[in-house]
Design a binder for this molecule. Structure first.
Ligand code: BGC
Length: 841
């Protein structure tokens, strides 16, 4: 039975202290409940690529989808709804109420470290994909907290970012995906961003939260801060920030009580905030049983299928000379699987959007499944990461046969008393153990930790072990100290794991004999005892492991393999060492050894297929020489199958570039004002984000937004759009349509993209902007009429003069195109808006 809270009544019954509790996080992931009034505590969990749960270390395993840029590349809103629905099931299974996602900030610069978490550089694509994602999640009775409101588009120290931008640039680009999600999906919650916008932090920005979100868009949900992103008491409450997360709150509690008692803050302001929290509780309660689908709990075939479809349909075929692809799985030929990502799967970027997947399909096994083990030779070719791969294979928990680690936690220093028993003992499987949360009960702010595992060598060789630590630590092998990050730590020269909080990695070489076992032990002491934001420094470690090799020998072997086989397949690119929350990239280039490997393998065998992986744009200095190139983003738990499906033709590729790949960084819109060189970050490019900029400034990119090939061909004919439109009831609704014929011999998906060009405007506008798209399945030889509905959004810009969206009477063109690249335009139809009109949402 659904029991809703009587909000008005409860507001009268709550004490001030209780109200303040409701507006403050209880702990890292939960809100306070008030038992006597039947108000439950709510549990949040990160998104957006799955449901990570309430712990970075030892959290539950879950479904890991491809990165959001990959999902954006599918242009498939139906898939987004299905993904949302599955994520709701994952959340419901674990008892979570609010999914912290999706992320819809645009990749203003291709360097943004957490750019892989957001769908696209284009606000329309981003907003429409996000809407269906939210609809899917919320139909399952789980709230979305869409984030980060707004303009969180740098990752390094984002709390200090001060964005200066015109209202028009914000409304038309950075705010638009949020606006579309409000219109089409009504997310029950918003999460503010860390940065300032035009002088005021988002979490105390009345213009953003009260004026735009609540007044202009008529939204009535709950606004929470990003984690540790609240910076004031009264200002934040007055401006409209309902909930400070996480808890214990820094800015609420007694300070907030005092603000009310001193009449700095009115009770009505507090009540407005509490009302939003209670309404969220009611929405969750009302929809609770909608999403019950226990048949889909756990790691089910349906989740596997969904992730495989997402992964394969996100892959973008960039080049396919002489139709090298698809490879014929029945052909009698040999394959070389070359590159670090063949076995060390690049399934996800790093940070809060990452999680422990149920499993990972590695490209190596996935391709062997198709062509048979006997036809495959492998070579790693070079080192792929900044840090050694995780030590998660060839190990077991001491005293058991279980893979993983034994963790002995001590509340007092075990070195002071060797007979001291651990306070708490747990086991875990992850080589990266981050204790920003989930420190066991009984362990206080200060702790000591012994982490041990038994490593059994699969062959006689030299291995490398690596250690990074948050705090200080030493590593021992069979009782001998091999790494000392206790006495001193090397200066940091690159960003490091665990939100850039870890030390640099220090490695040790070890000669090992096949079948012999070695005890690896790390003794760690945490150094930071703070609660709140300081908890991010409260300890962690990362253990790395590889068989020792040098890049020269590895490259030589790869070249050899490439020469011996019929088809070399190189899978390489970036991974979560490079693309992660809390730190931006410095360059678009792949690591030099990776570019070199790709170049040399192509040189050794012209039939090389390159599969590049990165969550955001990269440069491809070997592109001209390559015959076939696919971009595979980070593919989630089905990365391997997704790649194999496209390479061997099970899936006809239909992914489209979701973030323009520039030829060089200097050409990108934010090049002159990204990063920390200035105190303020001025959005000098205005509304010209992504392809809008490249097209306007004649900087032909490597790959335009929307670009991607197929194994078949599509021809367009009979484009239609009305010649004139007249507004009725503050809107215009019209269709653009085109007949698309699949002229090849394979069935496949085509993505019809509709851009609009404003031919004469009172303000400077992009040459064209995406305003509609549709993904359609067309059988070989068939023709489908594809109709895309457009509305007032297609013809309007934000008018600073009117403080409203304005559709100006006059001439426009409807451009039907295969990508944002002007050369891909297939039709351009004139249309006239007969009367000007303004509107708000
Ligand atoms: C991130 C958010 C995330 C939150 C909780 C923050 O660091 O910016 O996206 O939801 O942490 O993990």
């Amino acid at each position: 039975m659904v029991v809703l809270i009587d909000v008005d009544k409860v507001l009268l019954e709550l004490t001030l202290e209780e109200k303040i509790q409701l507006l403050s996080g209880k702990n890292n992931w939960q809100t306070h409940g008030i038992g006597r009034l039947g108000i439950p505590s709510l549990t949040t969990t990160d998104g957006p690529h799955g449901v990570r749960g309430t712990a970075f270390f030892n959290g539950p395993k879950g479904m890991l989808t491809p990165s959001a840029t990959a999902m954006g590349a599918t242009f498939d809103t139906n898939l987004m709804r299905k993904t949302g629905a599955m994520l709701a099931i994952e959340a419901r299974e674990r008892g979570y109420d609010v999914l912290l996602g999706p992320t819809v900030c645009l990749q203003r610069s291709p360097l943004i470290g957490r750019g892989f978490e957001a769908f696209a550089e284009d606000p329309w694509l981003s907003g429409m994909m996000a809407s269906e994602y939210v609809n899917g999640v919320q139909a399952g009775g789980v709230a979305c907290s869409i984030k980060h409101f707004a303009a969180h588009d740098q990752s390094t120290n984002s709390t200090e970012d001060a964005i200066v931008a015109s209202e028009r640039a914000l409304r038309e680009t950075h705010l638009l995906p949020f606006q579309l999600a409000v219109k089409h999906a009504n997310p029950w919650s918003f999460m503010t961003s860390y940065n300032k916008i035009n002088g005021t932090h988002a979490s105390e920005n009345a213009w953003l939260m009260s004026k735009i979100l609540r007044q202009d868009w008529g939204w009535d949900g709950l606004v929470m801060s990003d984690w540790f992103g609240t910076y004031s008491t009264t200002e934040a409450v007055v401006a409209g920030l309902d909930l400070e997360m996480p808890g214990p709150a820094r800015w609420r509690g007694d300070i907030l009580r005092y603000a009310v008692l001193s009449r700095k803050l009115k009770m009505s302001s507090i009540d407005a905030r509490v009302r939003n929290l209670l309404n969220l509780v009611n929405k969750l309660e009302a929809h609770k049983h909608r999403g019950d689908n226990t048949a889909q709990y756990g790691d089910t075939p349906a989740k596997k299928d969904l992730c495989r479809t997402l992964a394969s349909s996100s892959i973008v075929l960039l080049k396919n000379k002489d139709n090298l692809l698809p490879l014929d799985p029945t052909a009698k030929q040999t394959y070389g699987l070359i590159g670090p990502a063949v076995t060390i799967t690049a399934a996800s970027g790093g940070g809060s959007g990452d999680l422990r997947p149920y499993y990972i399909s590695r490209p190596m096994e996935a391709i062997k499944e198709v062509v048979g083990e006997e036809n495959v030779k492998t070579a790693i070719g070079c080192s792929g990461g900044r840090f050694l791969p995780y030590l998660e294979t060839d190990i077991h928990v001491p005293g058991t046969n279980e893979p993983g680690y034994l963790l002995h936690w001590y509340a007092t220093d075990p070195e002071s008393d060797p007979s001291l028993k651990p306070t708490v003992t747990v086991t875990g499987e992850q080589a990266q153990m981050y204790f920003g949360d989930n420190i066991p009960d009984g362990i206080g702010a200060r702790y000591w930790l012994k982490v041990s595992t038994i490593y059994t060598a699969p062959k006689t060789t030299t291995i490398q072990l690596g250690l990074c630590v948050v705090g200080k630590a030493k590593m021992y092998v069979d009782g001998n100290e091999v790494v000392d990050l206790w006495t001193s730590q090397p200066p940091k020269t690159i960003s490091t794991p665990m939100f850039d909080r870890a030390s640099m990695e220090v490695t040790a070489d070890l000669s090992v004999k096949e079948g012999e076992s070695y005890e690896i032990l790390v003794f760690l002491k945490n150094e930071s005892f703070e609660a709140g934001a300081g908890a991010l420094n409260r300890g962690g470690l990362r253990l790395g492991y590889t068989e020792k090799f040098d890049d020269e020998a590895a490259l030589a072997k790869a070249i050899n393999v490439a020469k011996q086989v019929d088809v070399p397949i190189v899978i390489a690119g970036l991974n979560k060492d490079y693309e992660t929350e809390a730190t931006d990239r410095q360059t678009l280039a792949l690591p030099p050894q990776v570019d070199r490997l790709i170049k040399e393998v192509i040189k050794a065998n012209p039939k090389t297929v390159v599969v590049s992986q990165a969550g955001c744009p990269i440069t491809m200095p070997w592109l001209d020489q390559a015959s076939a190139v696919c971009h595979a983003w980070y593919g989630g738990q089905e990365t391997g199958h997704g790649i194999a499906d496209v390479l061997f033709g099970k899936t006809n590729p239909s992914g489209r570039i979701s973030v323009t790949f520039p030829k060089r960084l200097e050409h990108s819109p934010a090049f002159l004002n990204f990063g920390k060189s200035d105190y303020e970050i001025v959005y000098g490019e205005g509304v010209f984000v992504g392809y809008r900029y490249y097209e306007k400034t004649l900087h032909d990119p490597l790959f335009y937004f929307g670009y991607g090939l197929s194994y078949t061909n599509f021809e367009y004919s009979n484009p239609q759009a009305p010649k004139t439109v007249t507004p009725t009831n503050g809107d215009v609704r019209f269709d653009a349509s085109v007949d698309v014929t699949n002229t090849g011999d394979r069935d496949g998906h085509e993505i019809v993209q509709i851009y609009v060009s404003d031919l004469k405007s009172s303000v400077q506008r992009p040459i064209k902007e995406l305003k509609g798209f549709k993904k359609v399945w067309i059988k070989a030889g068939s023709t489908e009429t594809v109709t895309v509905s457009l509305d007032k959004y297609a013809l309007s810009y934000w008018s600073e003069r009117q403080d409203k969206w304005l559709a100006e009477a006059g001439a426009f063109r409807i451009i039907i195109s295969k990508s944002a690249n002007p050369v891909d335009e297939v039709a351009s139809l004139g249309i006239k808006l007969l009367e000007s009109f303004t509107w708000m949402i």
